[in-house]
Write a new protein. Structure first.
Length: 641
C-alpha cells in the first residue's frame, strides 16, 4: 500500500546522517520510512502545543515521535521573522483563511477567522503578545477538572520552565517594567519587553499616574495578577519572532527519535481494537491533499491531537468521536457519543477606534515616509534593532468592572476572580484597522478595546464528511441574551476614552477620528460595536476538559489528564482543551498546558497498539475576503523578499 519512491526528500541538509531525525516534505515520498518505523506517539499539528510536546516527549531518547503538520516547513520566511510584519501573515499562504457563519451579534457579518498553517501553527502568524493568564483562571481550571495539578502554584513552574525572558540592554528603565524573579531565563521560548521607546510611553505613564485610582500600575502582567496598566511583553527574542517551530521543533530535529512530516493533513483518527468494551483509537489517516493517496499509521502508545481549536474537533467529528446524533445525520459511524466535541467555543471580541494626534513622531511614519521605512528596515536586517522589532503596542491596561457594577444585579460575574480582567485596552502608536479599507494619511493613536470574559458559547460542526471542506464555525460573538457581553464591550470603550482624556494626552491627542467619534450615546456605541467588532483570534474550548469519567453534555470531552473520554490511546493537547477561555492572550497558556501534558504523558502507562486500517475524499473550498491591517505594509513584503 505504500509506494517505494522514497526520494531522499528535502531533508534538512544537516540530517543526511541516519542517526538524526528527519523533516519529511511529503507523505508519498516518505511512505516507506514512515511504515517501517514504530512510533510511540503520533502528534497531529505542529502549533503551540504540538511543537512543545514534540520537543519534550523526545527528550527521552528511547521515545520515538512523529509530528504531522498540514502546512509547510517555511517558518524561516522573513515575513514570519520580522515582528512588525505580523499583519501581512493574515490572509497569506500561512493562514487557513477560515470564515465564521453570519454572527447575529455582529449585524449578521461573517468575519475572517485566522489560524496558522505552517510549522509553528498560529504562533508563526500571531501578534506575539506574551501573557500567562491570571492565577484565578488557572485555579478555576483546577476546580472545574478536580485536578489540583492545573492550579496556579503548580502551573507557575511550567510557565518559568518554558521561558527565556531576555532583559535587553535596549529596554530603558527595565527594572520598573517587569519582576525578574517570576520569570525563567533558560527555557526554549524567547520573550522580552519592547526594545524601542516611543514618545507616547512617558505620556501613557503620566496618564496612569493621573488616573491611578482607576488604572493601577502593575509592574508585571505575568505575576498571576493581570489587573492594571502595564508594559507589554512579547514572544520576541533578539529582535525576531519566537514561535514553536524555532524554539521547540528546530532544536529537537537534531534528535534521532523525532520525525516531522509537513504538507500532510490528518483526515481522521482510527479505531484499531478494543480493550474490554472500550475502543482503542491510536491510529491516524493522512494524505498530501484532496484526491491524493490516503495512508493509515498506528502509534505504539498514543495519538495526540494538537491541531488547534478548529482542526482538532474537526478531526474528532470526522472520526465518529463526538455527538452521536450529528455523526448519524452525516452517515459517519460513531465510535463514542461525546456531546461536548465541537461545543463550548469561545473567543475574545475586539474593537478598534482611532484618534488623530498633533505629533508627527508616530509609527505611522513606517508607512508614510519611505526613507524612514528603509532606514528602519536596514536596522532590522543588519542589526535586529529598530522599529521593525516592535509589536502592536508598548503599553496596555487590563481592567475589571467594579464589584458593584449594576450589570451584576442581573448577571453573575463570568470572570474567574479578582486577579483576572473583564476587558483589555491596548494603546497603539499608529493607525490600525483590522477590517482594512481606506487608510487615512496622517498621524494617529489607536485604542483597541477587547472583551476577555465572553458569556456566549458557540460551536463547530461539520458541513460535510469531506475533510477538505471547512467546518461550520460559529463563535457566537456578542450574541448574549443577558446583555453582559455588549455591555462590557461598551464599558471597555468608555474606559479607554477616559484614559485618553487624561490631561497628560492634551498636547498629543487632537480628537477621536472617523465613525466612532459620533458614537456617544449607549445605543450608538452598541451599534458601532456590532457593525465593527472582530476577534483577537483566541478561539478555545471546543474539546474541553472536565472532571474524570462523566461524558454527558456539559461535563467535558476530556479527562483532566487530557485523554479523550470513552476511548483509549487518544489525547487532545491544545487550546481546545480549555473549559473557559483564559482571560489573556492564549499562546502562552497553550504552551503551559502542553508542558504539563508532556509530564502527564511521560508519567502515564499508555495503551497497547491495535491493527491498521482508510477512505474519504473531496474538494478544497477556501473562502475569504482580503483583510489587511497596516495597509501600506503589504507593499513592503515585496521589499523584503
Ligand atoms: C492572527 C492571530 C493573532 C494572534 N495573536 C496572539 C498573540 O498576540 N498572543 C497570543 O498569546 N496568542 C495569539 N493568538 C492565538 C495563539 O496563537 C493560539 O491560541 C495558539 O497558537 C493556539 O495553539 P494551538 O496549539 O491550540 O493551535 P495552533 O498554534 O493553531 O496549531 C495547530 C496546528 O495544527 C495544524 N493542523 C490543523 N489541522 C490539521 C490536520 N488536520 N492535519 C495536520 N495538521 C493540522 C495547523 O496547521 C497548525 O499548525 C493569535 C492567533 C492568530 C491566528
Ligand atoms: C531555519 O533557520 C535555521 C537557522 O538559520 C536553520 O538552522 C534551519 O535549518 C532552517 N530551517 C528550515 C526548515 O529551513
Ligand atoms: C489564504 O488566502 C490568501 C489570499 O487569498 C492566499 O494567498 C493563500 O494561499 C490562502 N491560504 C491558503 C492556505 O490557502
Ligand atoms: C440576522 O439574521 C437573522 C436570521 O436570519 C434575522 O432574524 C435577524 O433579523 C438579522 N439581524 C440583523 C441585524 O440583520
Ligand atoms: C496546587 O496543586 C499542588 C499539587 O499539584 C498542591 O500541592 C497545592 O497545594 C495546590 N495549591 C493550591 C493553592 O491549591
Ligand atoms: C522609570 O521608572 C520610574 C520608577 O522607577 C518611573 O517613575 C519613571 O516614570 C519611569 N520612566 C520611564 C520612561 O519608564
Ligand atoms: C514635524 O513637525 C515639526 C513641527 O510641527 C516640523 O518642524 C518638522 O519638520 C516635522 N517633521 C517631520 C519629519 O515631518
Ligand atoms: C522622512 O524620514 C527621513 C529619515 O528619517 C527624515 O530625514 C525626513 O525628515 C522624513 N520626512 C518627512 C516628510 O517626514
Ligand atoms: C546594533 O544594536 C546594538 C544594540 O543591540 C546597538 O548598540 C548598536 O548601536 C546597533 N548598531 C547599529 C549600527 O545600529
Ligand atoms: C457548506 O458547504 C456548501 C458546499 O460546499 C457551501 O455552499 C455552504 O456555504 C457551506 N455551509 C456553511 C455554513 O459553511
Ligand atoms: C459625525 O456627525 C456630524 C454631525 O452630525 C457629521 O457632520 C459627521 O459627518 C459625522 N462624522 C462621521 C465620521 O460620521
Ligand atoms: C504505571 O505502571 C507502574 C508499574 O507498572 C505503576 O506502578 C504505576 O502506578 C502506573 N501508573 C499509572 C499512571 O497508571
Ligand atoms: C485505513 O483504515 C480504514 C478505516 O479502518 C480502512 O477502511 C482502510 O481500508 C485502511 N486503508 C488502508 C490502506 O489500510
Amino acid at each position: 500500500m505504500f509506494s517505494h519512491s522514497v526520494r531522499a526528500a528535502l531533508l534538512l541538509s544537516a540530517l543526511s546522517s541516519s542517526s538524526l531525525g528527519a523533516l519529511l516534505q511529503s507523505a508519498d515520498d516518505a511512505a516507506d520510512q514512515l511504515t517501517s518505523t514504530h512510533y510511540d506517539y503520533i502528534i497531529v499539528g505542529a502549533g503551540a502545543a504540538g511543537g512543545a510536546l514534540a520537543n519534550r516527549l523526545t527528550e527521552d531518547g528511547s521515545t520515538k515521535v512523529l509530528l504531522i503538520e498540514a502546512g509547510s516547513s517555511d517558518y524561516n520566511n522573513t515575513n514570519i521573522e520580522v515582528p512588525w510584519l505580523a499583519p501581512v501573515l493574515t490572509h497569506s499562504q500561512f493562514d487557513w483563511n477560515y470564515t465564521t457563519t453570519p454572527q447575529e451579534g455582529l449585524d449578521n457579518r461573517s468575519i475572517a477567522y485566522a489560524r496558522g498553517k505552517v510549522l509553528g501553527g498560529s504562533t508563526s502568524i500571531n501578534y506575539m503578545i506574551y501573557t500567562r493568564a491570571a492565577q484565578d483562571d488557572w485555579n478555576r481550571f483546577a476546580s472545574v477538572t478536580g485536578d489540583d495539578g492545573w492550579n496556579w502554584s503548580n502551573i507557575l513552574s511550567y510557565a518559568k520552565k518554558l521561558e527565556a525572558f531576555q532583559n535587553s540592554p535596549n529596554v530603558q528603565n527595565a527594572t520598573s517594567k517587569f519582576v525578574a524573579n517570576i520569570h525563567g531565563t533558560n527555557g526554549p521560548v524567547g520573550a522580552g519587553l519592547p526594545q524601542v521607546s516611543l514618545p507616547i510611553d512617558q505620556i501613557g505613564l503620566n496618564a496612569q499616574q493621573e488616573l491611578s485610582s482607576e488604572f493601577k500600575y502593575n509592574q508585571d502582567v505575568n505575576s498571576g495578577n493581570m489587573i492594571g496598566f502595564s508594559w507589554t511583553p512579547f514572544a520576541i527574542q533578539d529582535g525576531a519572532r519566537s514561535n514553536s517551530a524555532r524554539d521547540y521543533i528546530q532544536p529537537a530535529l537534531g534528535r534521532s527519535n523525532l520525525d516531522v512530516l509537513v504538507n500532510t493533513q490528518v483526515t481522521k483518527v482510527l479505531q484499531t481494537g478494543t480493550d474490554g468494551n472500550t475502543p482503542i483509537v491510536n491510529a491516524v489517516q493522512f494524505t498530501s491533499g484532496p484526491n491524493e493517496k490516503l495512508y493509515n499509521l498506528t502509534a505504539n502508545k498514543e495519538v495526540i491531537l494538537s491541531a488547534g481549536s478548529i482542526g482538532t474537533p474537526q478531526i474528532l467529528l470526522l472520526s465518529g468521536i463526538g455527538p452521536a446524533d450529528q455523526a448519524k445525520s452525516l452517515g459517519i459511524q460513531s465510535i463514542v457519543d461525546l456531546p461536548d466535541v465541537g461545543q463550548n467555543m469561545q473567543d475574545h471580541p475586539l474593537l478598534t477606534t482611532n484618534f488623530q494626534v498633533s505629533s508627527n513622531d508616530t509609527l505611522d511614519n513606517l508607512s508614510l515616509n519611505t526613507t524612514f521605512q528603509a532606514e528602519q528596515l536596514a536596522l532590522w536586517t543588519n542589526n535586529r534593532t529598530g522599529d521593525f522589532t516592535l509589536g502592536a503596542c508598548n503599553q496596555w491596561a487590563w481592567q475589571r468592572l467594579a464589584d458593584d457594577d449594576p450589570i451584576f444585579k442581573n448577571v453573575s460575574d463570568p470572570s474567574a476572580g479578582p486577579t483576572s480582567p473583564h476587558f483589555q485596552l491596548i494603546f497603539s502608536d499608529l493607525f490600525i484597522a483590522f477590517s482594512g479599507g481606506a487608510f487615512p494619511s496622517g498621524h494617529f493613536l489607536t485604542l483597541i478595546s477587547n472583551l476577555y470574559t465572553p458569556t456566549t458559547r458557540g460551536s463547530l460542526t461539520l458541513n460535510s464528511t469531506d475533510p477538505f471542506t471547512y467546518p461550520i464555525i460559529n463563535p457566537g460573538l456578542l450574541n448574549d441574551e443577558n446583555g453582559f457581553d455588549i455591555y462590557t464591550m461598551r464599558q471597555a470603550l468608555k474606559a479607554g476614552r477616559r484614559f485618553l482624556a487624561a490631561n497628560a494626552w492634551k498636547d498629543w491627542i487632537i480628537s477621536e477620528f472617523g465613525e466612532s467619534a459620533n458614537a456617544t450615546s449607549d445605543a450608538d456605541i452598541d451599534a458601532y460595536i456590532r457593525k465593527n467588532a472582530l476577534v483577537v483570534n483566541h478561539v478555545s474550548g471546543t474539546v474541553a476538559m472536565g472532571k474524570s469519567g462523566d461524558s454527558s453534555k456539559g461535563a467535558g470531552a476530556l479527562n483532566p489528564d487530557l485523554s479523550v473520554k470513552g476511548v483509549k490511546g487518544l489525547r487532545v493537547v491544545d487550546a481546545s482543551a480549555f473549559p473557559h477561555i483564559p482571560a489573556a492572550h492564549t499562546m502562552v497558556p497553550t504552551y503551559i498546558l502542553a508542558e504539563r501534558a508532556a509530564d502527564l504523558i511521560k508519567n502515564s502507562n499508555s495503551t497497547a497498539s491495535g491493527s491498521k486500517s482508510g477512505s474519504g475524499n473531496g474538494a478544497f473550498t477556501p473562502s475569504a475576503t482580503l483583510v489587511s491591517v497596516f495597509a501600506p505594509l503589504v507593499a513592503l513584503v515585496a521589499l523584503l523578499l
